[in-house]
Ligand binder design. Structure first.
Ligand code: SAM
Length: 246
């Protein structure tokens, strides 16, 4: 592995991920602003626009997996009408607790409910949601194929899967700048804010090893989704993928 990165054994991965998020839960949104120079807001806005929750009072049940402190859920709640309800499922109790607090502060608690759960084994019945969203979360899951199967299972027929995730930069000049930034600046910011840069090294590595746009789209199809597609944003730094259960 490059730059002194060590390989992380499969069993160890979820533990490391959990450690990162339980430590930064209360500063999580500031961290995002710092590390992405505010770009995550634009990406999330694009993501929610593409989902376009109905503005009428019509019922629209969303599950936001790896929803953390509720950033995506709150945007969906604000974009949609009174019938738009979001269930957040995240493996970190600390992130979920922070999110529930924020929902109340923002007056969105009637539209958002929080739960602790693993993307690989969701505690919801088959065919319960109109949309499944996951933003900067699927990369952290140990078995991505299992998470995709679960997404398919909990969606109603006609329901949409939509994922926002770091992806592969396809602009040559940008690739080297981005690599330099992520391998040095990200762990450095992590160290300043949390006192430990190591978990951030792991997060950067997980971006590099995550499948590229085409490969991930294939995985979505393999999980049973139809009309799968993707769109790269910011030269491929992130991508939005989608698919439909029909
Ligand atoms: N979606 C939020 C956002 O965009 O701001 C939070 C993204 S944060 C980078 C990743 C989240 O994934 C963390 O809150 C973490 O606890 C959660 N997570 C990691 N592994 C998970 C798993 N196996 N199942 C559910 N959530 C998981």
């Amino acid at each position: 592995a490059p730059f002194g990165f060590r390989e992380v054994a499969e069993g160890e991965k979820q533990g490391l991920v959990n450690e990162v998020f339980s430590k930064v839960a209360f500063r999580y949104d500031q961290m995002n602003d710092l590390m992405s120079a505010g770009f995550h807001r634009l990406w999330k806005d694009d993501f929610v626009t593409l989902l376009s929750p109905p503005r009428s009072g019509q019922g629209f049940e969303v599950i936001d997996v790896a929803g953390g402190t509720g950033d995506i859920a709150f945007r969906i709640a604000r974009a949609g009408g009174a019938g738009t309800r979001i269930t957040i499922a995240d493996i970190s109790p600390e992130m979920v607790a922070e999110g529930a607090k924020r929902a109340e502060a923002e007056g969105l608690q009637s539209q958002c409910r929080f739960s602790v759960g693993n993307a690989e084994a969701l505690a919801f019945p088959d065919k319960s949601f109109d949309a499944y969203t996951i933003a900067f979360g699927i990369r952290n899951v140990t078995h991505i194929d299992r998470a995709l199967k679960e997404a398919y299972r909990v969606l109603k027929p006609g329901g949409k899967f939509q994922c926002l995730e770091f992806s592969h930069v396809d602009v040559p000049g940008l690739a080297s700048i981005y690599d330099a930034y992520s391998f040095t600046a990200i762990p450095a910011i992590g160290k300043v804010v949390t006192g430990d840069g190591q978990p951030y090294r792991y997060l950067v590595e997980s971006i590099r090893t995550f499948p590229d746009q085409e490969k991930f789209e294939t995985m979505i199809r393999e999980a049973g989704f139809s009309r799968a597609g993707h769109r790269s944003l910011s030269g491929g730094i992130v991508a939005i993928h989608w698919g439909w259960r029909i």
